[in-house]
Design a binder for this molecule. Sequence first.
Ligand code: F6R
Length: 615
Amino acid sequence: MCGIVGYIGNKQAYPIIINGLKRLEYRGYDSAGIALFDGKKIQLSKTKGKVVDLEARVAEEIETKGSVGIGHTRWATHGIPNDVNSHPHCSNSGDLVLIHNGIIENYASLKTELINRGYTFKSDTDTEVLVNLIEEIKKQEDVKLGKAVQIALNQVVGAYAIALFDIKKPNELVVAKLGSPLAIGIGEDEFFVASDASPFIEFTKDAIYLEDEEMAIIRLGREVRVRKIKNDKLVNANIQKLKLNLEQIEKGGYDHFMLKEIYEQPTVIKDTYRGRLLANKGIIKLGGLDDNISRFTNADRIIIIACGTSWHAGLVAEYIFEEWTRIPVEVEYASEFRYRNPIITEKDIVIAISQSGETADTLAAIKLAKQRGAFVYGICNVVGSTISRETHSGSYTHAGPEIGVASTKAFTTQITVLTMMALEIGRVKGAIAQSDYMLHLRELELIPGHVEAALKSNEKIEEIAAVFKNAKNFLYLGRGVNFPVALEGALKLKEISYIHAEGYPAAEMKHGPIALIDDQMPVVVVAINCNHYGKVVSNIEEIKARSGKIIAVVTEGDTEVAALADYVMEVPDTPETLTPLLTTIPLQLLSYHIAVMLDKNVDQPRNLAKSVTVE
Ligand code: F6R
């Protein structure tokens, strides 16, 4: 969590850093700060609140001149969000200025040692400890800034992406990474530093992504030098050409990123299967899978690890994989998996799902699975992310940047990849009938059009949202492959509207949650045309008998559920295994409209951050 931006070059640093922070606000937005060097002294401004609050504060209190600077948008770990705890943090002498994304776990003992040496601290943060540790080492060892950073980082335990400079050497930025992402943009006579490439995309397409345990000294007029933090070895850093463009990270006329991302789903689902799914030839080509197909067909078990929405995609995959591949599947919260003593054998395959590719718990679970001999396959959206590099092989989703904190298009593109994987493994293993395989290939190609059709219900869903926006609780029910969709629908509502919502398998309702039902309780039921249709109709009858209000997701043309439900949201017909790609859409729209009507910050809900890089 937290977003960091730095600039050194020949332009004014302030607008670049402020715009960059706005693009990184998805990573944290409880406080923000900036430090510029104007050639004489540090101009430092920090505030609790969002980047717009920082802009207002800057206008009141500092000069914005200077062509070197660093900025930070925070998701608090150590110390409450307030002005003092905001980054950047300065060392006691005032010479060093640092921003940090991550956690220094042994900060307390380091702090005590520094206090014993006479240092004082203004904030409660681990970051202020780090900047003073670097200062102390620089002084004691009489070394340059880069060396002092390296020695300090060898003493800290934890995770970090840092950027700092010394006002006595303002032509140099020092950056380092372990566990949190850090990209360096290389322009002409200028360099950019950021948590991802979005802050500098309009200035350069050349970037270096630091690997864990690497640091770089960025000096004007020189090549970027990347070194290993542990042994000081120079690294031949790979300069990548970025494919990202400005349009992808802007709202494009939508009121919110979340709405834009919901509407992008027909395109990004297609992007995710383009070139990989050749329905007329009966072919699925997924490079990472094809290279390892015998591992999958011979696997004893597949364990899926993920968090949040990605975990819900994993639950959908459990149904699909078991159906088509007949390989047993277990789906685990990465945060639980990493702390138990899981039984993993070399014949197990672990699939890790992560939009950001940076989620700390998922990353730790991957490391554990690898240590125990499992083959680990990653499904990530962010190219070059830590998880995509830590896994043995994998497939990217092609959702493009997901900026709304509530995940939408990441979920449907993850399911698209998982569906292709299950079909291909099933075909090679001979576990799926050829006719079934061909049917699903053809139907998968129709999904983008079906999503477009489902999006046409937007206005009707907005009307339903208006009816239920003041409800205090919601229940979401689904069966089979749509049970995870119910969980996902409930999660979307909770996180952006702050209304309590629970997802349940529809049949489980009578084992407890039915006690909650009364005429104040909206129940969202996924009741599409499928194997369980009759059973779901019975569940709806049970809710009606207790005066619950039914909002049903139904297949186009449905009459039976439509006659029972108070409101219906239609999706096109498709084979049951593919329905989550459609039934999710109205639930995303419902939560979006309720949150907008309640005047909530849809793209930046309270207490959340897009990538959870702390455990
Ligand atoms: C919910 C949401 C989170 C993420 C979770 C995992 O809308 O966005 O629950 O799904 O934090 O993140 P990734 O997929 O980046 O590992």
